[in-house]
Design a protein. Structure first.
Length: 149
């Protein structure tokens, strides 16, 4: 990782494009504790990439967080899904904790959603959440095509 956090994010985004085969992504979703098992319900990955391969990401240490990113196609949208994240209380500096957000922005993401679950992990994604994600992706697609409401 370079001393410049934004340059590091640009480098990680370039690695993401190379490894995923997607020149950019439209939205990012971070799956918090308990959500990694529900990742499959978001769609089949175009690519699954170790965060170490992207560069600049410290390894998550909290149970239920995987050091993996997936690139998905949801309709016409390219969605970046992180199956884990790091936190300040794990002893990481701020730049390391927000590296995923900066990388997503550098990769072209116009929306970022973090799903947290403070209690029992869900067995599956609830229909209201799928509806909300569908509405989010429709809104992004509309803006991307210049048809924003």
């Amino acid at each position: 990782m370079t001393d410049n956090a934004y340059a590091a994010a640009q480098a990680s985004a370039a690695n993401l494009a190379l490894l995923s085969g997607q020149s950019e992504h439209d939205a990012a979703v971070v799956l918090g504790s308990g959500w990694a098992s529900a990742a499959d319900e978001l769609g089949a990955p175009v690519a699954e990439i170790s965060l170490a391969e992207l560069g600049g990401f410290p390894r998550p240490t909290v149970t239920g967080h995987a050091p993996v990113a997936r690139s998905l196609l949801v309709g016409s949208l390219r969605v970046l899904v992180y199956l884990g994240r790091t936190r300040l209380y794990e002893g990481h500096p701020v730049d390391a904790v927000v590296h995923g957000v900066r990388t997503a922005a550098a990769a072209g993401c116009r929306a970022h959603v973090t799903l947290l679950y403070p209690c029992k992990p869900p067995d599956r994604i609830d229909p209201p959440l799928l509806t909300a994600l569908s509405e989010l992706t429709a809104a992004i697609a509309s803006r991307r095509s210049g048809q924003a409401e």
